[in-house]
Design a protein around this ligand. Structure first.
Ligand SMILES: [Zn+2]
Length: 376
């Protein structure tokens, strides 16, 4: 979903990053409010002031989105959901969760936290604005605060539309999930509403564009397209999760995997194993004992001249939580482990002994067959 991202700072233990596309949003917001909204609200102020107010508004919008996502993240962490951090991008922000919330109650609380935070920010800005009018602070400050009250109000209303994966869609999903005790069905219903809502936005975008509001129209159109993709993707991710649920690693692992001994030179490893079997990882076994694994990733960093002198033992990485898994673990856990560590093969280890190897390819093949045979 993201292009290049930059890490900005860490807030309450969450890394806050911006995607380069956010810069486009910042410029667009500054321009729109600096040349449109603020001149209309305060025609007496100078264009330079309008531009400064526009930039302040964009920074305020940034802070508002971070607060919104921070609220989601804090509540998610309280429910034990692992978080990757907060990313701001062209369509706002996301609190990236590595997993779904564990229960309908958790989902409800995580989802509602964002809009509640935005509502509090909106109310704070309204109060500040009212107080500012009484003490007669400069219009430039009052204008930015008023804009932030409005934009946070819009954030609340837009996010509460019951269209998955918007917050409102998650709230509705948690209610449906609780009602029928069926997460797949709840996701199916709310993601269909999500797709419906996205078409409404796309339609609105076209209508706006043809009636003269080109920038606004394109904006609606793009947000609609984005939501449509996100709604479909969320449902597919759930299908994957559901298809693998209850299946253990043991079911997919290859017993009697190809292993290597620690004393062969790297050149032999490359010629007789890597180029023959095309695997990126081989377990290293000495007799009955599993020592670890050797990967192409490490061979790559070695200069070719040393391939004859160095042996597999020199490159062997010890077994760890990153490269091995127990045969009775859920297959979905194997998939997320591969996803997180960027590997496609894991050693299956039981009581310190190698019992097999599980590969991404096999998991994906199973998934595509199951989806083909069992989806209506
Ligand atoms: Zn939200």
């Amino acid at each position: 979903m993201f292009g290049r991202r930059f890490e900005l700072f860490t807030l309450f233990g969450f890394k806050v990053r911006i995607d380069t596309s956010w810069i486009f949003l910042a410029i667009l917001v500054t321009w729109t409010i600096g040349t449109g909204l603020f001149p209309a609200w305060y025609p007496d102020l100078s264009p330079v002031t309008h531009w400064i107010m526009g930039a302040a508004g964009a920074i305020g919008l940034f802070a508002s989105i971070v607060l919104h996502e921070l609220a989601h993240s804090i509540i998610a962490r309280q429910h034990g959901v692992m978080m990757r951090g907060i990313t701001l991008f062209i369509f706002g922000g996301v609190a990236e969760m590595t997993d779904e919330p564990p229960s309908p109650k958790a989902e409800f609380q995580v989802a509602i936290a964002g809009p509640v935070a935005s509502l509090l920010v909106a109310l704070t800005c309204l109060t500040l604005g009212a107080a500012g009018t009484i003490v007669r602070w400069p219009d430039a400050i009052g204008g930015v605060v008023k804009y932030l009250a409005v934009i946070n109000g819009i954030l609340v209303v837009f996010n509460l539309v019951p269209a998955f994966p918007l917050d409102g869609g998650r709230v509705l999903r948690s209610i449906l999930w609780n009602w029928k005790n069926n997460l797949s069905w709840a996701t199916y219903v709310t993601s269909r509403i999500g797709v419906g809502f996205s078409f409404l936005l796309i339609g609105l975008g076209v209508l706006n564009a043809v009636t003269g509001n080109l920038v606004g129209g394109i904006w609606y159109f793009l947000i609609g397209m984005f939501l449509r993709g996100a709604a479909n993707m969320s449902y597919q991710q759930l299908l994957v999760r559901r298809s693998l649920e209850g299946e253990t690693v043991r079911r997919f692992m290859h017993v009697n995997p190809i292993t290597v001994t620690p004393d062969i030179p790297i050149s032999t490893l490359v010629e007789e194993y890597v180029y023959k079997y095309h695997f990126k990882m081989f377990p290293v076994v000495d007799g009955e004992r599993l020592i670890g694994c050797v990967r192409t990733r490490e061979i790559k960093d070695l200069s070719r001249e040393t391939w004859m002198q160095k042996t597999v033992r020199d490159l062997t990485i010890e077994c760890s939580d990153e490269n091995s898994i127990h045969p009775d673990t859920d297959a979905i856990a194997a998939l997320s482990k591969m996803n997180q560590s960027g590997t496609s093969r894991l050693m299956v280890v039981e009581n310190g002994r190698l019992v097999g190897v599980i590969t991404l390819k096999d998991l994906l093949r199973f998934l595509s067959l199951r989806v083909e045979l069992e989806q209506p």
